[in-house]
Design a protein around this ligand. Structure first.
Ligand SMILES: Cc1cc2nc3c(=O)[nH]c(=O)nc-3n(C[C@H](O)[C@H](O)[C@H](O)COP(=O)(O)O)c2cc1C
Length: 219
């Protein structure tokens, strides 16, 4: 769906998800993440950039596992430490994954995907057309209930900082693996909160599309 149509539907409160593809109602434990290898860090930094053209094919299972671990996984099991920092280690940013099969919540401890909404909400995660057909859109959501120790006036800013660190982890993983990604703030917050069934103390922060790079054919 093009941007103008999305904006028009958003104005009348009609930007809605599509039916999901397949039947994905069970919690799904991901493959163990590959926690070594990849491109040297400085090379990945040298390659990091945003891309907005995505091939539609699904990401391989191992790539999905590694991507989510890079974004929000546990890298120190003795202290439940995460790959991204958070103020007072509140770990307040929830990572949702929108795919054709439905909307899922990434659970770092069991490294699993929990089904949340049985609809394809990808098209609602952004006003740009590529979000509809890319294989996966991540959605970063602040859980304010986890930030009781953070001064109230700072909670929103700190949650955005955490989401930014998670997004950069995704950028570096994508650079290392030759995948396309772009972090996004341009989406209809009301439509997306409705589509995701978010509670009042859950705040949408950012979204990020990931997929294989779409190869443009030359004549
Ligand atoms: C907070 C934030 C919000 C952004 N929102 C969008 C967006 O909604 N759509 C988009 O296509 N790019 C978005 N971007 C990506 C920027 O446009 C991109 O990072 C910038 O043009 C620099 O390009 P580079 O990432 O390739 O260095 C956003 C970036 C940030 C940090």
């Amino acid at each position: 769906m093009n941007t103008l149509t999305k904006l028009a539907l958003g104005l009348i409160g009609q930007l809605k998800p599509l039916p999901s593809v397949g039947d994905q109602t069970l919690r799904r434990v991901l493959l163990p993440p590959t926690v070594n290898g990849g491109m040297p860090l400085m090379s990945a930094l040298a390659k990091r950039h945003s891309l907005r053209e995505f091939a539609p094919q699904p990401l391989p299972e191992q790539v999905l596992s590694d991507l989510l671990w890079a974004a929000a996984g546990i890298n120190r099991h003795d202290v439940d430490g995460r790959t991204a920092p958070s103020a007072l280690n509140a770990q307040e940013v929830l990572l949702y994954v929108a795919m054709p099969q439905g909307l899922f919540l990434y659970e770092p401890k069991p490294h699993a995907l929990r089904p949340v909404v049985d609809s394809d909400v990808r098209r609602v995660t952004g006003n740009q057309d590529f979000v509809d057909t890319a294989p996966l859109d991540l959605v970063f959501v602040a859980d304010h209930a986890r930030m009781k120790l953070v001064p109230a006036a700072k909670r929103e800013a700190y949650a955005h900082a955490t989401a930014g660190a998670m997004a950069q982890n995704v950028y570096l993983y994508c650079a290392s693996e030759g995948l396309a990604t772009v972090i996004r703030a341009w989406f209809d917050r009301d439509a997306l909160a409705r589509a995701m069934g978010l509670q009042a103390d859950h705040q949408l922060l950012l979204s990020q599309t990931v997929g294989a790079i779409k190869l443009v054919q030359t004549a």
